[in-house]
Structure formats: structure tokens, C-alpha cells
Design a protein around this ligand. Structure first.
Ligand SMILES: [Zn+2]
Length: 76
């Protein structure tokens, strides 16, 4: 088996490049994990019946599904 000079240079260089790319991908995935849902639900707590519910619409007031009172979001 004969090894050429280009193989001696290219194989370690490509192996190192592959390791760097794998490490870069790993740390990028750790820093910015893909989000499965882009939906931002707001949390509401009814002032009348204390019912806690979510609403995906971007509105300041949402109607309580139990009693129908409009409530402000407690967390966006
Ligand atoms: Zn209510």
C-alpha cells in the first residue's frame, strides 16, 4: 500500500475540519435549540372565577371560557 503526499496532508486536514464542524454544530444546537412551536400563548387569570387559561391571540384582553369576563394577561 502506497501513500501519496496528498493523502498524508489531506486526510488529517479533512478529519480535523470534520471534527471542528461537528463541534460547531453541537454548540450551535445547544445554544439555539430548535423550537417546535412558534406560537406565543398568553396566560390569563380570571378575576371572577380564578380560572387560569391560555390564549394564542395577541390581544390584551381575552374572554374567560367559564364565565365570559374579559381579563388582562398576566404573562406574555
Ligand atoms: Zn372566569
Amino acid at each position: 500500500m502506497s501513500v501519496t503526499l496528498s493523502q498524508v496532508v489531506l486526510i488529517p486536514m479533512l478529519t480535523t475540519l470534520w471534527v471542528v464542524l461537528v463541534c460547531w454544530g453541537y454548540y450551535m444546537f445547544r445554544a439555539h435549540p430548535p423550537q417546535l412551536t412558534r406560537q406565543r400563548n398568553r396566560i390569563y387569570r380570571c378575576q371572577v372565577c380564578e380560572h387560569v387559561y391560555l390564549d394564542a391571540r395577541d390581544v390584551p384582553l381575552a374572554r374567560c371560557p367559564r364565565c365570559g369576563v374579559l381579563n388582562e394577561s398576566v404573562k406574555t
